[in-house]
Design a protein around this ligand. Structure first.
Ligand SMILES: Cc1cc2nc3c(=O)[nH]c(=O)nc-3n(C[C@H](O)[C@H](O)[C@H](O)COP(=O)(O)OP(=O)(O)OC[C@H]3O[C@@H](n4cnc5c(N)ncnc54)[C@H](O)[C@@H]3O)c2cc1C
Length: 586
């Protein structure tokens, strides 16, 4: 479905050139901003990677592989090296998680992290956006104000119930949360793993009913069969590259510099004038007559700002980087929600086992290629949100409950995601993960050196605030209730596998969480948006970097706190919104 090339005259040559706007990072937000700006002005995009469909093949394209076979996202420190698509970021030892180091996958490709994320599409809650608006003093961030930007990108195709063929997984959603937007396709997958339908029923059985509106209307309450960023005609991944870049390539004069690294932003008298770029060792300058927009993601945007002289003075001077603006907040305030699985063997087949079986694989392949259906099209599943039941909530330490008061009262406490996978010996497992939705722990990003080729030092700060683990402990107990419900017992085999029956007391669960807690890759807030005069803020509510002119940041690093829900919808909407701010200000 995708033309895997740009028009020849849309590929930038590695030599000095001038544009109205330069966008650093052809990722989720960056390509959204760049495509919209290029409707009005000359725009260059500098992107470190190329086409993931070429460098990483079906792993990123076929939905089932994106859930099960995509080794580039392995979180263990022994992860397989995939420099053709991943930045290979590894954290410093997490001192509150038994000094574990974590590989934190981030897309290094046109499409950025949308090129290998799990594709679920959902928005946060009205009260969460209201909190964002209040924190930054700008009502542009209420759900009502953002809704037109959410709608603007997305072309929703209703579920194909005949192909989906699962009466137990009929999606409920609110069509009015979508409009006639484009170019990003969002729809429901045409195959549902039987294990997931039983696990969804188990969450309903413990009192978390389906939300008739789904999760795009400003509510995260109850359960929903989620849509995915997929092209429903072909059952292939949609990313900011297959949507926004394709659109801009066909309709504008966008210029893209693939396999090119932004070395630093250049300044004259505190005004950004361009970017120094490295394409395969050739260093040259792209000049911006209007603005530079940094969309390098939650870890690389603060890195690039610091390399460019914007950040905490003591960090910059320790690396002999001339200070352009002393902004102590750059790289601070990192928030990364973590999750923990409760898993059991199950007697239900799953998509992976069907395609691994030589007897059933040929028909699965035919169905995928000819009908865009069947197990290979398997994508996002079922998620639930709830306020913990009172008896469990009361087990939380008073200090933790008191911290909840800083959040809107209708915030969910916990998120539960159902999943299924196959063990090496071929047995099927079902899993329900629990995640906290208010993130209290704080981490940071700083420079490892003044060399732009070095990855930054990342401390996720996992469990630096005990409240996060408190909520996860309650979440594990709640998920065990689901696993003990009648629908789950219909498919469950034997004793609990993860964490296992020996993990029982709060201390044992806490230790298990610290040893096994995992990221959802939803990190945010390292170049936080804030009000003028807020010393920890890096950008204002239009993404403009404080203390300099002509420079914005537009990606998930600017979101001032970790919103409940998943992030990519926010990245696309933010891209639309900041592009509109820029166009309106011309
Ligand atoms: C494995 C995984 C699963 C996820 N699952 C989901 C999900 O199911 N649903 C959901 O909503 N969210 C999900 N997310 C989160 C979501 O995809 C990301 O939060 C979002 O895509 C981030 O967008 P961004 O624009 O901030 O950054 P990115 O999309 O990461 O873009 C940053 C871009 O900048 C480029 N870049 C960086 N530095 C430089 C430089 N110096 N020079 C040139 N280019 C540079 C990068 O190569 C990249 O293309 C997932 C993320 C991951 C990693």
């Amino acid at each position: 479905a995708t033309p895997l090339h740009l028009r020849d005259d849309h590929i930038g040559a590695p030599q000095d050139a001038t544009f109205d706007y330069i966008v650093v990072g052809g990722g989720t937000t960056g390509l959204t901003v760049a495509a919209r700006l290029s409707e009005h002005a000359s725009v260059a995009v500098i992107e470190a990677g190329g086409y993931y469909q070429i460098t990483y093949g079906n792993n990123s394209v076929v939905p089932l592989y994106s859930l099960t076979r995509i080794d580039a996202i392995d979180p263990s420190p022994q992860f397989p090296r995939r420099p053709e698509i991943d930045w290979e970021l590894v954290t410093v030892p997490q001192t509150n998680a038994f000094n574990r180091t974590v590989h934190y996958a981030q897309g290094k490709t046109l499409g950025g992290s949308s090129a290998f994320n799990t594709m679920s599409y959902l928005r946060s809650t009205s009260s969460a956006y209201q909190r964002w608006a209040s924190m930054v003093g700008d009502n542009d961030y209420t759900f009502k104000s953002l809704l037109p930007f959410f709608k603007k990108s997305v072309r929703l195709t209703p579920p194909n119930l005949e192909k989906r063929n699962s009466a137990n997984a009929t999606p409920e959603y609110d069509p009015s949360a979508y409009g006639d937007g484009s170019p990003l396709d969002v729809s429901w997958n045409n195959f549902v793993d039987p294990t997931l339908t039983w696990l969804a029923k188990s969450l309903q059985a413990i009192g978390i009913p389906i939300n008739p509106k789904g999760f795009s209307s400003g509510e995260l309450k109850g359960g929903a069969w989620l849509p995915s960023t997929i092209d429903p005609a072909h059952a292939t991944r949609e990313s900011s590259q297959t949507s926004f870049l394709d659109y801009a390539d066909a309709n504008t004069q966008i210029k893209v510099y693939p396999y090119s690294i932004a070395v630093r932003v250049l300044f004259e008298n505190e005004t950004a004038t361009g970017v120094s770029v490295d394409t395969n060792g050739t260093i040259y300058t792209l000049s911006a007559t209007k603005e530079v927009i940094v969309s390098a993601g939650v870890f690389n945007s603060p890195k690039l700002l610091m390399l460019s002289g914007i950040g905490p003075t003591e960090v910059l001077t320790s690396f002999d980087i001339p200070v352009v603006a002393n902004l102590p907040g750059v790289g601070q305030n990192l928030q990364d929600p973590t999750s923990i699985n409760v898993a059991n063997f199950v007697n239900t087949p799953n998509a992976q086992s069907i395609v691994a079986n030589p007897a059933t694989e040929p028909e699965a392949l035919r169905k995928y290629v000819e009908e865009a259906a069947g197990p290979y099209s398997s994508a996002a599943g079922y998620i639930s949100y709830e306020r913990l039941p009172d008896d469990l909530r009361q087990t939380l330490p008073p200090a933790t409950l008191a911290k909840f008061d800083n959040f809107p009262s209708d915030f969910p406490d916990s998120q539960y995601i159902v999943g299924t996978f196959v063990m090496a010996n071929g047995s099927s497992m079902g899993a329900i993960s629990s995640t906290f939705t208010r993130t209290f722990s704080r981490g940071s990003v700083t420079l490892a050196s003044a060399d732009y080729k070095d990855n930054p030092l990342i401390d996720l700060g996992w469990f630096s605030d005990p409240a996060d683990a408190d909520v996860l402990i309650a979440g594990v107990k709640r998920v065990r209730q689901a696993w003990s419900s009648e629908p789950a017992l219909t498919i469950r085999l034997g004793a609990e596998v993860l964490p296992g029956d020996t993990v029982d007391t709060d201390e044992e669960i806490l230790s298990y969480i610290k040893n096994n807690g995992n990221q959802l890759w939803h990190a945010s807030s390292t170049c936080s948006m804030g009000k003028a005069g807020d010393k920890s803020a890096v950008v204002d509510s239009k993404g403009r970097v404080f203390g300099v002119k002509g420079l914005r940041v537009a990606d998930l690093s600017v979101v001032p706190y970790a919103l409940p829900g998943h992030c990519q919808a926010n990245a696309y909407a933010l891209g639309e919104k900041i592009a509109r701010d820029i166009i309106d200000a011309r």
